[in-house]
Design a protein around this ligand. Structure first.
Ligand SMILES: NC(=O)c1ccc[n+]([C@@H]2O[C@H](COP(=O)([O-])OP(=O)(O)OC[C@H]3O[C@@H](n4cnc5c(N)ncnc54)[C@H](OP(=O)(O)O)[C@@H]3O)[C@@H](O)[C@H]2O)c1
Length: 252
């Protein structure tokens, strides 16, 4: 099977590091023009751009600031032209112990939902508006195993923020499929990135390894091929699907 993303322009959020970086790299290697989104790590985003074979662009937007998010997609379309794919990967996982004072706990809850859910929903809404005019577009939302399995008490906000995007993704698939828009969900388990390192340093590596069927933790490069396939159009009839990439956690 040959996968070509030639003539595609795809926005990958949170592409400066981790899973997003691996996705952007593979989409580019497969022929797409990639818009590398970042928040704080401009240097890393520029470094990735310089390593890619195909043309790429770098854009920042703080997803915790709704004012920056509203209008982001139309701005990119005006600047670069039509966007065929949106990979919503950027996310945060902040620990909030259940014995925190409620106001502190709530602050972490609100930031988590803002970045992982509300901003993602705004990007989806604006992308759907754009894609409807082209009668074509694909969205890949990066959720988490936590959306389906729940999480530890200190990551309840994270699990809930990722659970909400399951129904968002399915609603888009259901409602806009006849207008050429496809929408998929990926639910990774523990994946070796900065985000996982924080959790692993808290709980230890055995905590994660004991949870999976394979001998080693998932790497960002293990997630990217599925996203590339979904963006290619070869798997459009999987629209609305949630795809687990969690090294066999559910069968272990
Ligand atoms: N790693 C795992 O174990 C795991 C498991 C399941 C699901 N996931 C999900 O996979 C996705 C990627 O995770 P990762 O592990 O690769 O995370 P990561 O290494 O921590 O990278 C997070 C990315 O999101 C961006 N980001 C963070 N806060 C942002 C904000 N306020 N506005 C805009 N961008 C922001 C970061 O940009 P800057 O670097 O520029 O600040 C960075 O590019 C997330 O949605 C995560 O929930 C991860």
């Amino acid at each position: 099977m040959n996968i070509s993303l030639k003539n595609q322009r795809i926005l990958v959020t949170g592409a400066s590091r981790g899973i997003g970086r691996a996705i952007a790299k593979q989409l580019s290697d497969s022929g797409a023009e990639v818009i590398i989104h970042f928040n704080k790590n401009a240097a890393e985003a520029e470094k990735l751009k310089s390593e890619l074979m195909n043309p790429a662009f770098v854009e920042s937007c703080d997803l915790s600031d709704v004012k920056q998010v509203v209008g982001f997609i139309p701005k990119l379309v005006e600047k670069y032209g039509p966007i065929s794919g949106l990979v919503n990967n950027a996310g945060i996982a902040k620990s909030a112990s259940d014995d925190l004072p409620t106001e502190e706990w709530l602050k972490i809850w609100q930031e988590t939902v803002q970045v992982n859910t509300t901003s993602l929903a705004i990007l989806c809404k604006e992308f759907v508006e754009h894609a409807k005019s082209n009668q074509n577009g694909r969205i890949v939302n990066i959720s988490s195993r936590a959306a389906f399995r729940g999480d530890t008490s200190d990551y309840i906000a994270y699990a809930a923020s990722k659970g909400a995007i399951v129904s968002l993704t399915r609603s888009i698939a259901r409602q806009y499929g006849k207008q050429g828009i496809k929408s998929f969900l990926i639910a990774p388990g523990f994946t070796r990135t900065d985000m996982a390192d924080e959790i692993l340093s808290e709980y230890g590596e055995d905590f994660a390894l004991n949870d999976i069927a394979l001998n080693e933790l998932t790497k960002p490069e293990d997630i990217a091929p599925m996203v590339t396939l979904l963006c290619s159009g070869l798997a459009d009839h999987a629209t609305g699907a949630s795809i687990d990439i969690n090294a066999g956690s559910y069968v272990h």
